[in-house]
Write a protein that binds this ligand. Sequence first.
Ligand code: SAH
Length: 407
Amino acid sequence: MLSKIPTISDKRLAVRVKPAAERALKDGHPWLFEEAITKLSGDGRSGDLAVIFDRKKRFLAVGLYDPDSSIRVRVLQHSQSAVINQDWLQAKIEAAARLRAPLPAARTTAYRLVHGENDGLPGLVIDRYDNTYVIKLYTAAWVVHLRAALAALTAVANPYRVVLRLSRGAVRQKTNLHGLQNGAILQGVPLDGPVRFMENGLIFEADVARGQKTGFFLDQRENRARVEELAKDKSVLNVFAYTGGFSLYAARGGAKSVLSLDSSHPALNAAVRNFDLNPALSPVRHPMLKGDAFEKLAELRENGRSYDMIIIDPPSFAKSRAEVDGALAAYARLVRLGLGVLEPGGTFVMASCSSRVATDDFFSLVYRTAREEKRALREIERTAHPLDHPIGFKEGTYLKCLFAIAS
Ligand code: SAH
């Protein structure tokens, strides 16, 4: 499959940019936008290496050229030139692996090994699920470098299997995919179903070929562990439950019952299987509820249902700047609906994974909405990114989560 991919051209593009972009690149920003380019030395192809110069023709950065994206160059290295090959990629992956070394390897076999821009490899994510690795490309510009990336990953991690995932944006760049498909096996044994792994001693499965993200929301691991600590003797409602991540932790933490609510049937089926993989949790009642969160929360309230703990971990409502107001309105509705089924003194947990929604705006909105509902929130803590999802640039901040007690 990789044999159809053309080899990288030796030709490097020369790029000149506007002063504002020059400053941003000097500050280490990893993106160069199309409109910031003033001069380009030729017709760039997807994945060509582009060398960016300042007004005095001094080297600024080298990166991947992407003719199909408004992010026209993704910077691989700032301030000094580099040969981008397997050795270079390997050094980057090794550095990323070193950063993850403190993770408790004996009880956690799944984590993000490479977090794109934030690990110096813009548009490239590598997640580990036990001995299966998933390479996710956010742009087809990586395709011509995939052989080198795969060899580098093999040298660092010796994976049993490597699966390719493509973002929606990358799938649209069809002509530059050279036949590669989302979910393809790049190396090793074909998948015979979901992959099993361990997180903090709990066993989970993930559909790495078709599941959301790369199959599991690895970024919520520490928040899930926090929920476990807070769940004892509580009736718990987990909204946007996906495959039951928070639910299993709540059950292990001694919850009385855990209701998992999600609109995705396959996700809830996987949640049932995840409970089955951990027989010690079976005494805890763990029903599933399929449906739209907004409708079901209103229905639960109408039926007089209430819980001692609610977890609300919605998808990113704001994929673009234009959607931010709508996202804030949706978060506010969820706060109201969530508090509507939360017992006085109940534990309120809410996360946002939208980088477009600023951290402070999110927390203020949650507090303000609670006040309007005459429910004061007493903060337990607010959390940000876990170790394996480092923040390398401003736009890299996305995850925020509030733990509070509601009056
Ligand atoms: N908390 C999860 C991840 C949540 S991802 C974890 O720790 O693994 C967001 C989930 O919201 C997805 O499973 C998606 O199927 C679900 N979803 C999206 N829109 C929804 C809606 N309107 N109502 C209910 N669930 C929804």
